[in-house]
Design a protein around this ligand. Structure first.
Ligand SMILES: C[S@@+](CC[C@H](N)C(=O)[O-])C[C@H]1O[C@@H](n2cnc3c(N)ncnc32)[C@H](O)[C@@H]1O
Ligand code: SF4
Length: 472
C-alpha cells in the first residue's frame, strides 16, 4: 500500500493509524491500494483505496484528534473493519478516562467522548470506564508519602517461546542465582534506608519476575527475610510474590511465603490446554497447574491471581472458552487476561493478512470479559502493549475488594516506586505528576558485574525522590 502525506507532520502516527486497519502492511509495496492524507489550513482530506473501492472524506478539523478522525473514518468506510480501541494507541488508556472523570464528566459524557472523539467500540469504552472507577477508588486511598517496592527475579525454569520479558532460563544460569540473590538483598537494604530517610510509608511490596519461585526454599527465605528485616511494614497493605510457573511451586516454598507474610501470589497456566502448553514451551502440564493451585488454595492464606493469554496459536474458540470456564470455577481472587504480544523474536503467526486472526481473538476477548464480569469479577487495571494482536488489552479482574494494588500504582504512574534487581526501573513521581526514572542493568550477569554502579545510581536516585516530594 502507498501512503501519501501532504502537509501532515505526524508521519509515525499516520502510519500507525493505517496499520490498525492493515496489520503488517508494507508501505513500500505498490499493490494498487493507497491512502492519501492531506491538510490545507483547517481543511483535511483523506482518500483511501482498498481492493478497487474508494472512500473520500473532506472536512474541517481544528486539532490532532479531529484531523486523524478524518483518516480513521475513510479507512473504516473503505474496509468495514472494526478497530476496538479506535484511535487510541497509547499503552495507558485508563489515564485518559480518569482524567475525564476527574474533570467532572458524567458516565454518559465519558462514554460519548470515548466513542465519538477517540472512536472506541462501546464495549471497550464501558470496560475502560469500569476500570477507571475501580482505579479511582484505590488511588484515593493513597498519598504522596506512600511508596511501593519491587524486587525482580529474572530467572525462570526454562524460557517460554512467546515471552516478552527479560529472564534467563535457570538451566544455563543456575550458577548466577546465589550471587544475584545476595546482591539483590543488599540493594533492598539500601532501598529501605532511602525509604526510611525520606519518611515514606511502604504500601505494597511486589516480588516479580521471571519466576521468583524458581529460587530454592533457602534462597526464597533469604530474599524474603531480607525484605522483612529491611522495611518498616507497619503501613503495608499488600505483599505479593509472582510464583508464576506451576512447575516451580512446592509445599515447602509456599510455607516459606506464608511464614514471611506474603498474602498474594500468582499461579499461571496461560491456557488449560496441554497441547498448546507444549507448543508455547511452557514445560508444565495442566495437571501441574491444578495441583499447585489446590495446594496454595488449601493453605487458605493467599489471594491467588491467575494469568491467562488470549490469542495463543492453535487456540480454538472451544479450547479458550474451556480455559475461561475452568478458571472462573476455581474462584481465584484475580484473573488477568492478557492478549498475545508478538515481538519480532516470537512471531508465531506468519499469515500475511492478520486481520482475520485478530477478529477471532478480539471476539474471544469480548466474550471472556463478559463471562468473567458475569461471574462476580470487576476490571480493576488495564494496559496495552505494542505489537499486541489487534491492539487489544491486558485486563486484571478482581473479586470485590481483592484488587492487586501494586498493579494499579504501576499503571497509573502516580506513586513512586523503589525497584531492585536486574531490569528494574525506579520511579520518583513529583506532586505535579513529573516522573524521574532510574534504570538498573537489564540482565543478571550485567547486574552482578556492575553492582557498584547500581548502588551509585540508587544513591543518586534518593536525591530525585527527595526533590519529587518537594516540587510541584
Ligand atoms: C512477567 S510474566 C511472569 C509470570 C511467570 N513467569 C509466568 O510465566 O507464569 C507475567 C505475565 O505476562 C504475560 N506474558 C508474557 N509474555 C507475553 C506475551 N508475549 N504476550 C502476552 N502476555 C505475555 C503472561 O501471562 C505472564 O504470566
Ligand atoms: S516463565 Fe514467565 S517470565 Fe519466564 S519465560 Fe515463561 S512467561 Fe516469561
Amino acid at each position: 500500500m502507498k501512503l501519501v502525506l501532504n502537509n501532515i507532520e505526524d508521519i509515525y502516527e499516520s502510519e500507525n493509524l493505517v496499520r490498525l486497519f492493515f496489520p503488517g502492511v508494507n508501505f513500500k509495496e505498490d499493490d494498487g491500494d493507497y491512502a492519501v492524507f492531506s491538510k490545507s489550513g483547517n481543511e483535511v482530506l483523506a482518500k483511501v483505496c482498498y481492493k478497487g473501492k474508494v472512500a473520500e472524506i473532506k472536512r474541517n478539523a481544528s486539532d490532532f484528534w479531529e484531523t486523524f478522525a478524518v483518516l480513521f473514518s475513510a479507512l473504516s468506510d473503505v474496509t468495514g473493519r472494526d478497530i476496538p480501541w479506535g484511535m487510541l494507541t497509547g499503552v495507558r488508556p485508563i489515564k485518559l478516562v480518569l482524567d475525564l472523570i476527574n474533570k467532572g464528566f458524567s458516565k454518559k459524557e465519558v462514554l460519548k467522548t470515548l466513542e465519538t472523539k477517540y472512536k472506541l467500540s462501546p464495549q471497550k469504552a464501558r470496560l475502560s470506564y469500569l476500570t477507571a472507577l475501580s482505579e479511582k477508588k484505590i488511588l484515593s486511598e493513597t498519598d504522596e508519602k506512600s511508596i511501593s517496592i519491587y524486587a525482580g527475579i529474572p530467572f525462570c525454569p526454562t524460557r517460554c517461546n512467546y515471552c516478552s520479558f527479560v529472564c534467563e532460563g535457570v538451566e544455563k544460569h543456575r550458577d548466577l542465582v546465589p550471587k544475584y540473590v545476595s546482591l539483590l538483598s543488599e540493594e533492598i537494604k539500601l532501598s529501605a534506608e532511602i525509604a526510611r530517610n525520606l519518611g515514606y510509608k511502604v504500601e505494597t511490596i511486589y516480588v516479580g519476575g521471571g519466576t521468583p519461585t524458581v529460587l530454592s526454599e533457602d534462597e526464597l527465605y533469604m530474599l524474603l527475610s531480607s525484605i522483612n528485616s529491611a522495611f518498616d511494614k507497619s503501613c503495608l497493605k499488600e505483599f505479593t510474590v509472582e510464583a508464576g510457573r506451576p512447575d516451580t511451586i512446592t509445599e515447602g516454598k509456599l510455607s516459606v511465603l506464608k511464614d514471611m507474610g506474603v498474602g498474594r501470589i500468582s499461579i499461571n497456566p496461560q491456557t488449560l490446554n496441554d497441547d498448546i502448553l507444549k507448543d508455547i514451551g511452557r514445560h508444565h502440564t495442566v495437571k501441574q497447574f491444578y495441583d499447585s493451585f489446590l495446594l496454595a488454595d488449601k493453605m487458605k492464606f493467599f489471594d491467588i491471581n491467575i494469568d491467562l493469554i488470549a490469542g495463543l496459536p492453535k487456540e480454538s474458540d472451544a479450547s479458550f472458552e474451556n480455559t475461561i470456564n475452568e478458571t472462573v470455577k476455581l474462584s481465584p481472587a484475580n484473573i488477568t487476561l492478557h492478549t498475545l504480544t508478538l515481538k519480532r523474536s516470537a512471531d508465531m503467526y506468519l499469515e500475511k493478512d492478520l486481520y482475520e486472526t485478530y477478529q477471532k481473538v478480539s471476539a474471544r476477548v469480548l466474550w471472556a470479559d463478559e463471562y468473567i464480569m458475569g461471574n462476580g469479577y470487576s476490571p480493576y487495571y488495564l494496559y496495552r502493549q505494542k505489537n499486541t494482536i489487534g491492539g487489544l488489552e491486558n485486563t486484571g479482574f478482581s473479586l470485590p475488594n481483592k484488587e492487586g494494588l501494586y498493579n494499579v500504582f504501576i499503571m497509573d504512574e502516580s506513586q513512586s516506586i523503589l525497584a531492585c534487581g536486574a531490569g528494574a526501573s525506579s520511579k520518583a513521581v513529583g506532586k505535579g505528576g513529573k516522573i524521574v526514572r532510574s534504570f538498573n542493568y537489564k540482565y543478571p550477569l550485567e547486574y552482578i558485574r556492575g553492582f557498584s554502579d547500581i548502588i551509585e545510581r540508587k544513591k543518586k536516585f534518593q536525591k530525585e525522590l527527595n526533590l519529587s516530594l518537594q516540587t510541584e
